[in-house]
Design a protein around this ligand. Structure first.
Ligand code: AMP
Ligand code: ZN
Length: 113
């Protein structure tokens, strides 16, 4: 499959892994928008959060548990962080393999621009 994040899961494209288990991979974003900017993804391909099916339920729990663990390891669990998933063009989705941006380490405004 011609999917960048599937290639990262397969080890065909290098990444800076910060967490991995059977279901989840997390690696540093190549273009960080904050001191901590990590992408947390399911290893199984699904294009976006709009494409989720019942069989993905376990992956989602694993992603959110991994994100909390990573936030602690990054030292931002207490100060706070965001988990963001972009869906579609106007939201800014550029890679069509579900991913959650874990962003923290600086104050953030609301709403996003
Ligand atoms: P989105 O725009 O929500 O689809 O997010 C895609 C993210 O993937 C962007 O923040 C990019 O900086 C990031 N990205 C693209 N290619 C790579 C790569 N090879 N390794 C790590 N992050 C990447
Ligand atoms: Zn993929």
């Amino acid at each position: 499959m011609d999917c960048l994040f599937c290639k990262i899961v397969a080890g065909e494209v290098p990444s800076e892994t910060v967490f991995e288990d059977d279901a989840v991979l997390a690696f540093r974003d190549i273009n960080p928008q904050a001191p901590t900017h990590i992408l947390v993804i399911p290893k199984d391909h699904v294009a976006s959060a709009a494409e989720l099916e019942d069989r993905h339920a376990g992956d989602l729990v694993a992603i959110f548990k991994a994100a909390a663990e990573i936030a602690s390891a990054e030292g931002i669990a207490q100060t706070g962080y965001r988990l963001i998933t972009n869906i579609g063009r106007e939201a800014g989705q550029t890679v069509f393999h579900l991913h959650f941006h874990l962003i923290g380490g600086r104050p953030m405004g609301w709403p996003p621009g």
